[in-house]
Design a protein. Structure first.
Lengths: 174, 240
């Protein structure tokens, strides 16, 4: 999901210790659901294994918390790609959409372009569901309606967020 | 010469109607600041955008109701923005249809006279015009309402009458500005189903202005107007 990319994006901003990453993740994206330390280090381990981050030498007073993580060139490329790709349009996406917008602003990338791409992906899915309503049974139509209303809610959120990008940028940029 | 009696221009391959870099202001307030968009024959395009973004102004420029200060409007190989008003009026009457948010039926006329109005204005004799108009009542689920006046119709019925009026001349382009904006969800859906089906059946291109994603989802393609410019929404790929 979005946790590995969120940590990777935070590391693109600046090299960090696991503790700092957890603190920043919880502040920006946690929203009442803090990231467990175990998940932070397990994720960093996987990112290091995949060559997306490197762990610098452990600092004095060693322990996992003393390692400083640095994003690699490949890691930056992965963040860049992830921030421009629309998510498959389905209900209950708010976390991923939110993380992408905040990270894009934090890293000085175009959140507006991402939102447009996502808007296009949502509308394409809505077109498919509308066609299903036209050609399918009443049961199909009711199920399609459920999807349509949720996608529409996402789109309203996208519109509101697009209108507030400059204010949001002031909040998330140090 | 084109059907509207206009000299043929160079045209744009693949486009029936096109706006190129148009600028339009109202007093000191810019509404469009270099907007470009094109629509193919038979295509249904949704123009979306927040209130005040310029989407209705774009529709009015595409349909020859407003003239941009700079930029070009082309329709079927003819330059629209440089036509004399009489030629644009002929173009609108003969080759375009219109549906607006609040139906805008003529209250003194019956429903069938409202539908027949574009035909009558185009010189079709009354009996023929009314006969053509009546054919639309069954098609749009309006049977039995031919003699009603607009005050005696529900919102959904009035909007379907307005839709019939917009399509009765079999226009090449139907311009629809928030056609479901005054209707509840279910009635709006009925109107959009009818609009999309009728336009598809007769190969009419539709330029649909809406702020509602559920309405835009009936279109083949959508663009967003933001700060007077047009942004296309076409994801290259979708990932999970």
């Amino acid at each position: 999901m979005s946790v590995p990319f969120a940590l990777l994006g935070l590391l693109e901003r600046e090299p960090s210790h696991g503790y700092d990453l957890k603190r920043d993740y919880d502040a920006y994206f946690g929203r009442g659901k803090p990231l467990p330390f175990g998940q932070v280090y397990a994720t960093l381990g996987r990112l290091a294994r995949d060559g997306l981050v490197v762990a610098a030498e452990a600092e004095p007073g060693a322990g996992p918390d003393r390692k400083r993580y640095v994003i690699t060139g490949q890691g930056v490329t992965e963040v860049e790609a992830w921030l421009t790709e629309p998510v498959e349009a389905e209900p209950h996406l708010q976390t991923v959409l939110f993380v992408k917008v905040v990270l894009a602003l934090m890293l000085g990338r175009s959140a507006e372009r991402y939102l447009d791409t996502q808007r296009g992906a949502h509308l394409r899915r809505m077109r498919e569901l509308t066609e299903l309503k036209r050609t399918g049974s009443l049961v199909d139509a009711l199920l399609a309606d459920h999807g349509l209303f949720h996608l529409e809610a996402d789109l309203r959120w996208i519109d509101m967020t697009a209108a507030r990008l400059s204010s949001l940028a002031e909040v998330v940029r140090p | 010469m084109t059907a509207a009696g206009l000299p043929a221009g160079p045209g744009r391959r693949g486009c029936l109607i096109e706006a190129l870099d148009i600028v339009r202001s109202f007093g000191q307030t810019p509404a469009l600041r270099g907007a470009s968009v094109s629509v193919a024959a038979g295509e249904m395009l949704a123009i979306m955008g927040p209130s005040g973004s310029g989407k209705s102004t774009l529709l009015h420029c595409l349909s020859g109701i407003l003239i941009p200060e700079t930029g070009e409007i082309w329709f079927d190989g003819s330059r629209v923005d440089t036509m004399p008003e009489t030629a644009r009026s002929t173009l609108r009457r003969q080759r375009f249809g219109f549906v607006f948010q609040f139906g805008q039926l003529v209250p003194e006329l019956t429903a069938e006279e409202n539908v027949a109005l574009p035909l009558l204005l185009g010189g079709i004799r009354r009996a023929q015009a009314l006969q053509d108009a009546r054919a639309w009542f069954g098609r749009l689920g309006l049977d039995g309402l031919e003699q009603r006046r607009s005050g005696e119709l529900s919102g959904g019925q009035a909007q379907r009458v307005a839709l019939a009026r917009g399509l009765v001349t079999r226009p090449e382009v139907l311009f629809a500005d928030e056609p479901t904006g005054s209707l509840d969800s279910l009635t709006g859906e009925q109107v959009m189903n009818l609009l999309a089906a009728a336009a598809r059946d007769q190969g009419t291109a539709v330029v649909l202005v809406t702020h509602e994603p559920r309405v835009a989802a009936y279109a083949d393609r959508e663009v967003v107007v933001r700060d007077g410019k047009v942004t296309s929404l076409s994801p290259d790929r979708v990932v999970s």
